[in-house]
Design a protein around this ligand. Structure first.
Ligand code: C2E
Ligand code: CA
Ligand code: CA
Length: 630
């Protein structure tokens, strides 16, 4: 290895050997401390090293050297062993206490003969030695070697330091990055979780009823489709049961929505207690519920379940300190074959429910194909009924009421007819329930009152007119004003107008309806109880309101001559009415035999085909003339 190869480096590269300091720019000149008590020795060396590009500091003794080294940084110390103030070996020992051989290379200058000095110096940590008289070439080579090594080591150290720092930074950055990735990851996970939750919520809201926690119509529809797929594959049958609470509206209206809601929850709970795990329950809205039943023993199991549900729902509910008694109506549609359309099945259950409700509370009905036909007929009738009033398609027919003491006409009952271009004359039994359901009954009924008053105003003074009132009309705020208006417009004295109501008026919302009845009677209008003996037919109703008249239902009159029970009922009603000072009218008298029976039981009035069927207004004048009352 040449001296040049070990020369002090001026660049920072550790591996590439730098140029000889003699011909290299002295960017970092090696700093040499020459320690010798003899000035000439120092001067010779200093001059020669300076020429080689070294920066020289001289020290004339050991103490001075130690002092300088404490103040400044040197690349190398040339240290004479033999000095008077302090021995070079001592200086070396002291220096090594603070400076390692790497950080401060020290070359000892010894006498040629003193080889034990060399050994000792090396033991004390000298890097190398030169002998006196100094051969400059040897000294330069050794100095360069030491400085080269020091610089190389320094660069390695620096490089290592830089590397370490870089590593540290890198680690820090990696840690930072990892942390930010982790937090991004956390955020993402959180977001995914939120999204999952909100999707779950959306899914829940879309498929479940928030109040009861049961499935909703959408879910039921899906479950039905899935069940149909299973049945097509594996066979079996499906039953759909629709349930509707009877009387829920009254609870909601009278006790408030929170009780209503609590009741719906209780119904839902009772519903779930009474179905099997494999049955699906749903709340379809309002007070309508459904059960989807699969299995293969249909229609038997739907029949059993529906009758159980009807039974358990009629047991009282205890809600918010109230004991609530309701009943439930149920409609059942069963699918046995493979060709079922889910929509049709749901529709059929609905139709069956409609029928069950129409047939009375607390019952259930299976779907029958006629129901569908009926429903279609209803729909088309609905369309035509909507415009019937404005098209002036309604007319009133009149049936005489005969006073059984005088055998003269006491008045006429107005009976509504719908004369439709395609349907001909439609019976009120067909269209009045529909008009009630669709909310048309109020305007139609008010028209009938106006029309009847107008007609009757032209009849003799002692002839009354009776008009039927639908219970639904009691919900209309225009009922009483319409009566007042009809009377004043026609000029008919109020005592000649009689309004016929049915028991159901006293059944639903009876306090309110009783108040309306009193308002009407205060006008001077007479009020008759119609169809008495049907429905709830409680004689106690007759005590709640003083009716002017009670009309005994046709069903009792038709067999009064043959059936002892009917006759007993007629007798009870007339007896009670006579005691209460109410008149009684026997409806549907068709034969002389019936007439004599009801007359002997004390009925005060009769009506029926035996006297006359209902007739158009145009025929009334002739009818009155024939009985000598025109
Ligand atoms: P309702 O009030 O009981 O009327 C008596 C019904 O019995 C009438 O049927 C009448 O034609 C029928 N009738 C009378 N005598 C006999 C008889 O001897 N034998 C038989 N078999 N039937 C007889 P209509 O006219 O078909 O009316 C049916 C129901 O429609 C009425 O029953 C009444 O509840 C309702 N209604 C009729 N007009 C109106 C109206 O203007 N408003 C309201 N809300 N309902 C009405
Ligand atoms: Ca009537
Ligand atoms: Ca009647």
């Amino acid at each position: 290895m040449s001296a040049a190869a070990l020369a002090p480096h001026t660049d920072t590269s550790v591996l590439a050997p730098g140029p000889d300091p003699a011909d290299a720019p002295m960017a970092a000149r090696p700093r040499l401390l020459i320690v010798d008590d003899i000035a000439d020795n120092r001067a010779v060396l200093a001059r020669r090293f300076e020429r080689r590009g070294f920066e020289i500091t001289e020290a004339d003794g050991g103490h001075r050297a130690i002092e300088l080294i404490a103040q400044q940084a040197f690349d190398l110390v040339l240290l004479d062993v033999m000095m008077p103030d302090i021995d070079g070996m001592d200086v070396l020992r002291r220096l090594r206490e603070h400076h390692s051989a790497v950080s401060l290379p020290i070359i000892m200058v010894t006498a040629k003969s003193q080889s034990e000095d060399v050994v000792k110096a090396l033991e004390l940590g000298a890097n190398d030695y030169v002998t006196k008289p100094v051969d400059f070439a040897v000294a330069l080579a050794r100095v360069n070697t030491q400085i080269g090594r020091k610089r190389a080591e320094e660069e390695v150290r620096l490089a290592n330091e830089a590397l370490r720092k870089m590593n540290e930074e890198l680690e820090e950055r990696v840690a930072e990055r990892t942390a930010s990735l982790a937090s991004a990851n956390d955020r993402l996970r959180l977001e995914i979780e939120h999204r999952r939750q909100s999707e779950e919520k959306v899914h829940y809201l879309a498929h479940f009823d928030a109040l009861t926690g049961l499935g909703n119509r959408v879910l039921l529809r899906q479950q039905l489709e899935e069940a149909l797929v299973r049945v097509r594959r594996n066979g079996g049958a499906i039953g759909v049961i629709f349930l509707d609470l009877d009387g829920f509206k009254i609870v909601n209206d009278t006790l408030g929505h929170s009780v209503g809601d609590a009741l719906l929850k209780a119904v839902a709970a009772r519903l779930q207690e009474n179905v099997r795990d494999t049955d699906k329950t749903a709340r379809l809205g309002g007070d309508e519920f459904a059960v989807l039943q699969s299995g293969d023993s249909q229609p038997r199991s739907a029949d059993a379940l529906a009758s159980r549900l009807v039974a358990v729902m009629s047991e009282p509910f205890f809600v918010d300190g109230h004991q609530l008694n309701l009943s439930v109506s149920a409609g059942i549609a069963v699918m046995l074959g493979n060709d079922a359309d889910p929509e049709q099945l749901l529709k059929n259950a609905d139709l069956a429910l409609y029928r069950a409700k129409a047939d009375g509370r607390g019952t259930f009905r299976f779907f029958e194909p006629e129901m569908d036909a009926l429903a279609q007929a209803r729909r088309s009738m609905e369309v035509e009924l909507r415009g019937a009033l404005t098209r002036r398609e309604f007319e009133l027919h009149y049936q005489p009421l005969i006073n059984l003491h005088t055998r003269r006409i006491a008045g006429f009952e107005a009976l509504l007819r719908w004369s439709n271009a395609t349907r001909g004359l439609v019976s009120p039994a067909q269209f009045i329930p529909l008009a009630e359901e669709l909310g048309f009954i109020a305007p139609i009924g008010e028209w009938a009152i106006r029309q009847a008053c107008e007609h009757a105003a032209g009849w003799p003074q002692d002839i009354k007119v009776a008009v039927n009132l639908s219970p639904v009309q009691f919900r209309s705020p225009s009922l009483v004003p319409a009566i007042v208006q009809a009377l004043s417009a026609s000029g008919l004295p109020p005592s000649r107008l009689e309004l016929e109501i049915t028991e159901s008026v006293l059944l639903d919302d009876s306090d309110r309806n009783l108040a309306i009845l009193r308002q009407i009677r205060d006008l001077g209008v007479r009020i008759a109880m119609d169809d008495f003996g049907t429905g709830y037919s409680s004689l106690s109703y007759l005590r709640r309101f003083h009716f002017e008249k009670v009309k005994i239902d046709r069903s009792f009159v038709s067999d009064v001559a043959q059936n002892a029970e009917s006759r007993a009922i007629v007798r009870a009603i007339t007896g009670m009415c006579n005691n209460l000072g109410m008149a009684t009218t026997a409806e549907g008298v068709e034969t002389a035999e019936q007439l004599s029976c009801i007359a002997s039981e004390g009925c005060t009035e009769a009506q029926g085909y035996y006297f006359s069927p209902p007739k158009p207004f145009a025929d009334i004048g002739a009818l009155l003339a024939r009985s000598g009352q025109a």
